[in-house]
Design a protein around this ligand. Sequence first.
Ligand code: CP3
Length: 345
Amino acid sequence: MADLKKEKLMLRALRGEALACPPIWLMRQAGRYLPEYRALRAKATNFLELCLAPDLAEEITLQPIRRFGFDAAILFADILLVPSALGRKLWFQDGEGPRLEPLAARDVAALTRSAIPERLSPVFETIKRLRKSLPVETTLIGFGGAPWTVATYMIAGAGSDDSGAARLFALQEPKAFAALINVLVDATVDYLVAQARAGAEVLQLFESWAATIPAESIAAFSVGPLERIVEGVRAKAPGVPVMIFPRGAGTNYLRYDAIGADALSLDAHVSLEAAVGMLKTRCLQGNLDPFRLIAGGKPLEESVRHIRRAMNGRAFIFNLGHGVRQETPVEHVAQLVSLVREAAA
Ligand code: CP3
């Protein structure tokens, strides 16, 4: 029992403990809303250089921890490093987001995961350094993209609201699409296991485009592949909790719940009252509307109280329903952390 109490808050919640004050971290907690991030970003040639330079990636990961003392740090990297390590050209157009050379059906056979250990070795080095530089109470989260979400960027060559290019590709080139998902499943297992071996204590899978999958394809495009990843990671890195964020999954949250991951991350559209009754995953995470964090004041206070009350008695990690937006005032983030750590739920 004494040992259990010394365990980091984040890991206690992930083992199923309902804490009076939930641990807190935020998706995109390192990023452009922080002046110290913008200063480092301005000095680098491009975003990829930041991800692949261990001294810079370590520093950026630490920035929000120093400022706000979050319970967890998320590795500074990007889900699109995997397609880049599979041999696809990747670049970040300033102000426009990621760009990849669009993938055609005939390109799939050439994707090989053998270069992952070598090409992504700077990421593993960043993790090793962070385990030494982070405060003892802070948990280090590694992450990867879910195969569908990564495939949408690979096929279209950019982000899109409806994932139209990937949906059409899946229908018109079913064999190439299945092969692509398979390569991404195996590559993601390799990548996440290597992160765990380097020192990542928790792993999160981002299915950021779950909302664009038609209901009849949820199993083949997303839930099945995620199940295989969770199984693969558990076999090779036992004891490292895995969290899944199927953003915008709506009623399909029930299908993701059935995967039996260690935590399920809820977007801001999920009703917590409904989720508590229906979802069986050991720990839930979420789901503050990022716009309430921008607004601050009463809208922020009311929602934090509501979330804490709804999740009282349940293993829970406080987070946003999606990433911190660039226009978020830093003072509101500090206010959020103190509200979450106030004694009464
Ligand atoms: O603080 C953190 O959360 C850790 C780092 C992190 C980044 N990207 C840094 C980043 C994480 C966990 C991601 C994941 C990621 N990347 C996702 C899944 C999460 C989500 O937001 O849904 C996705 C879809 C991507 C792909 C990606 N990378 C996009 C769509 C963009 C452009 C969006 C934007 O805000 O410009 C990026 C670039 C990116 N990744 C930035 C950061 C800090 C901004 C880069 C810059 O400084 O110009």
